[in-house]
Design a protein around this ligand. Sequence first.
Ligand code: ADP
Ligand code: MG
Length: 293
Amino acid sequence: AIPLVVAINTSLAARNGILVRDRIAMEDARNLDAIIFDKTGTLTEGEHGVVDMATGDGVDEDDALALAAAVESDSEHMIARAIREAADERGLSASDASDFEAIKGKGVRASVDGNEVYVGGPNLLTQLDSEIPDNFQQFADEAGEDAQTVVYLIRDGELIAAFAMADVIREESFRVVDALKDLGIEVAMLTGDSQDVAEAVADELGIDTVFAEVLPEDKDKKVQELQDQGKLVGMVGDGVNDAPALTRADIGIAIGSGTDVAVQSADVILVQNNPMDVVRLVKLSKASYRKMQ
Ligand code: ADP
Ligand code: MG
């Protein structure tokens, strides 16, 4: 039978927009040692806009943007949407692209006018065995310092343009991090984005533990890393990419607007898409436990 106090508090949680799929999670939440947050779309709004771009010698900005938009035309990623919007705003029509391929956690690839074209971040450059050319280094450094995500356009093996995209930290995230720290919980951040962007965001929020440039298939290993230190670990995320980490965590918490896969992998679902509900979950769990004793 379900202990009465837990039943009451699970429905209390539900009324607060906290759906508990695994009742044990509700009991365990009071003992969490660490909570890992996905960065993009969880701690930040996840709405990137292209704020700056750079092109190589002899490469026209509009041509580069139109080409990038063509390669991104098949992608649902927020970065893809931002690039398509930037091209739209300039009234550019995307060229025809074919043979789309999404490279998870890295970028996208397509054929355009007989060229093989890629758009993606640092993880993609690593895969292509390509480095940031000197003429793009300063652009990348400055964008990184401003916590802007940079993706690169590579045509037939040559890096011809870079795009800087700005995302904003959600207002609630500051209070969430402070409140969890006050409860004695370690706060960590996990992202596929670059090290400098991750650190800039973590610095602002006061997060000490940062896992950056993590490929989707490695995200659960970072959860394990903290568990191996003997910690009870919660994971908060929204994306398909976060599902294995949500499963691996002692308590997986999906943010309501998240993908179905994330929701199905989670023990707890925050329906209102408010990260502050993570704090409420821990507090509700602590309150129920005290009553049970
Ligand atoms: P996150 O962990 O922030 O949710 P993802 O795993 O979705 O990030 O992506 C990690 C990185 O891979 C992005 O920061 C970007 O550099 C690159 N990337 C992923 N998808 C795309 C895309 N459609 N276009 C360009 N870059 C992409
Ligand atoms: Mg995400």
